[in-house]
Ligand binder design. Sequence first.
Ligand SMILES: [Zn+2]
Length: 241
Amino acid sequence: MPGLYKDEGVVLRTIKLGEADRIVTLYTRRNGKVRAVAKGVRKTKSRFGARLEPFTHVSLLIYRGRSLDTITQADILTSFDTVRADYDSLMRAAVLAEAVDKVTEEREGSVAVYGLLLSGLAALGEGKGASVVPAFLVKLLSLAGFHPSLRVCAGCGRAAALQGFSARLGGAVCEGCWREDKGAVRLDPARIALLSGLLADDFGVDAPPEAVGELTGVLRRYAEYHLERPLRSLHLLAAAG
Ligand SMILES: [Zn+2]
């Protein structure tokens, strides 16, 4: 029902609305993904234009309308300026935001997803680098109900030598299951172990660039298979090398 509510959230993306307004998509702590109008933010004298830049962490006062919500107040909790100041980390932050946007439904709050988004952005802000992307994706997919099997074969359940990854079967696969699944890709056992490490640990795992690139590609196909739509920012990231 209509009324004011308080929350805090991270700006995932914004789109223009009319001459001066924007529709802001946020991932909030209590209400999950929320789309709300920010009126007048594109005017130079706007009270909170800069506070609603992508990846900014803000406290919010929102009016719940019958169709769209309206942001009535926004105050910065964490600016994540260092994320936006660097092109590579900006591209990576765009992947985090798009993945959360695509994986979550509106108004389905998850404190775990919210915490993951904040810690992923913090890791980028601290310069933890390229491995933040696959680490974030595998954690997010796991929280979203797509926890990959990485210890036993996702196809037959045996603890056989794992040497591939199947999006359809949901994880690492043995030689036999890899042969039977045309969509499965080869993935070296050391890379499967690294993926386990990225899932289990914080964002501190060091990984060589080729491993990061390969695992990011595997996770992109895994996410897109289940979401049935592309993650555009990941294609841009791959193209940028
Ligand atoms: Zn198998």
